[in-house]
Design a protein around this ligand. Structure first.
Ligand code: GKR
Ligand code: MG
Length: 418
């Protein structure tokens, strides 16, 4: 089935002032929505990053898609690789590891592969999970993803979540999120305050939710010895400790002394990282993410690789909309080796570009959509509103660091600070 044309639309949606080691989320999160129009009126959807550098590279390929066959994924890989030879998308936000030409190809390919798979599913009348070999599970578990947060943005605009800067406020945030979504595990984004304070928040969560598995992710804000101290203190409390310190070598040094597995979405971010990280026994859990692991089929391959080495598998998320959640659910459902509930930023947004009703959470899980393709449809008015917000919000790149300086002039990222 031939592609007739494709449109890439940058969009923005409201994001609360969530804190991390790089600073604080700006008022808008940026994404891109891809529509691939094919013969017979079939349209395939994809979603990915919205930063200028990503858009620039993705557009170079998108404008060459006409004439491609949506069933020829190796051909798509060649087109992306040839078009982007040597190009590098730089993501200055620094929260998903280093960037490289290979990661750029993998990211742009992924955006389009998802849309091609969606189109294939529509053409054949089957859900994407079936194109990936079938469902290993019919519901996908997600964890409550907690953030320290300010009460309002710099312009004074607030949100329904309020302030969360203390252990009690973090427990309050968890309580609301779990009541509404039914999550059965909890992740706290750390790297914001001194590690002792973040340990106190985790201990408060353990007391409030004694039956729920917990995770802490400071995005490499700590040095090796600090990481080990935290790991020892939270022995028996955390199911895994995520990216405590930078780099494979640093993670391996922590892993040798930590009682719980270490997880990562920062030091194993492409297949080139797998051998050195696994050889060094640096990580016990890899957080997959189809957006930069080269699409849904390579994410499945990552699952197989992790399974072969006895390494666990979870799933990473960034602020995202419903097309991405649908893709995450289909690939997670098809991945036999998934050993933990996946991350999602879903509860933090208030708008989307898809028609509601397909991706509802029940008991912390999303049922795999059964409609053709991804099973979601675009709400054109909502897409237009989100694009309008993109054109007027004044943001073209995620920059948590500069925004943080409006609260704390002179702020520098907390990477390996403690
Ligand atoms: O949304 O601030 C955030 C997160 O810190 C995100 O950017 C990370 O990439 O969730 C991610 C993670 O697990 O590191
Ligand atoms: Mg992480």
């Amino acid at each position: 089935m031939k592609v007739l044309g494709a449109t890439l639309t940058p969009v923005a949606f409201a994001d609360p002032p969530l804190l991390n080691c790089m600073g604080v989320h700006e008022p808008s999160a940026l994404r891109s929505v891809l529509e691939v129009e094919c013969e017979d009126g079939v349209v395939g959807l994809g979603e990915s990053y919205g930063d200028a550098s990503f858009l620039e590279q993705a557009r170079r390929v998108v404008e060459r898609l006409a004439g491609a066959d949506v069933f020829d994924l190796p051909g798509l890989r060649r087109l992306v690789t040839e078009t982007l030879a040597g190009a590098v998308v730089t993501d200055a936000h620094g929260l998903i590891g280093g960037y490289s030409a290979d990661k750029t190809v993998a990211s742009v390919y992924s955006l389009i592969e998802v849309a091609f798979l969606d189109a294939q599913g529509h053409r054949l009348g089957v859900p994407v999970v079936d194109l990936l070999g079938g469902a290993a599970r019919d519901r996908v578990d997600f964890s409550a993803y907690l953030f320290y947060k300010y009460e309002t943005h710099q312009d004074g605009s607030g949100d329904r979540w309020g302030r969360a800067l203390t252990p009690a406020e973090i427990v309050g945030q968890a309580t609301t999120m779990i009541e509404e979504y039914g999550f059965g595990s909890i992740k706290l984004k750390g790297g914001v305050f001194a590690p002792e304070e973040e340990c106190e928040a985790i201990e408060a969560l353990a007391e409030a939710f004694p039956d729920l598995p917990l995770r802490l992710d400071p995005n490499a804000a700590w040095q090796v010895d600090t990481s080990v101290k935290v790991a020892e203190r939270l022995d028996g409390v955390l199911e895994y400790l995520e990216d405590p310190t930078p780099g494979i070598e640093g993670m391996a040094a922590v892993a040798r002394r930590a009682p719980m597995p270490l997880a990562t979405n920062m030091c194993v971010v492409s297949f080139a990282d797998v051998a050195p990280a696994f050889r060094a026994e640096a990580v016990g859990v890899v957080l997959s993410d189809h957006h930069f692991w080269g699409g849904l089929r390579d994410t499945l391959a990552l699952g197989t690789t992790c399974g072969a080495f006895g390494v666990g598998l979870s799933m990473h998320s960034n602020s995202h909309l419903g097309i991405s959640l649908a893709a995450m659910v289909h690939v997670a459902a098809a991945t036999r080796q998934l050993t933990y509930a996946c991350d999602t930023h879903w509860p933090w947004k208030t708008a989307d570009v898809i028609e509601p009703g397909v991706l509802d959470f029940e008991g912390g899980a999303v049922a795999v959509p059964t409609g053709p393709g991804l099973g979601v449809s675009l709400d054109r008015d909502a897409l237009a509103r989100a694009h309008e917000r993109y054109t007027t919000c004044g943001q073209t790149n995620r920059d948590d660091v500069s925004y943080m300086r409006r609260w704390e002039p002179g702020f520098t990222p907390n990477t390996a600070r403690w």
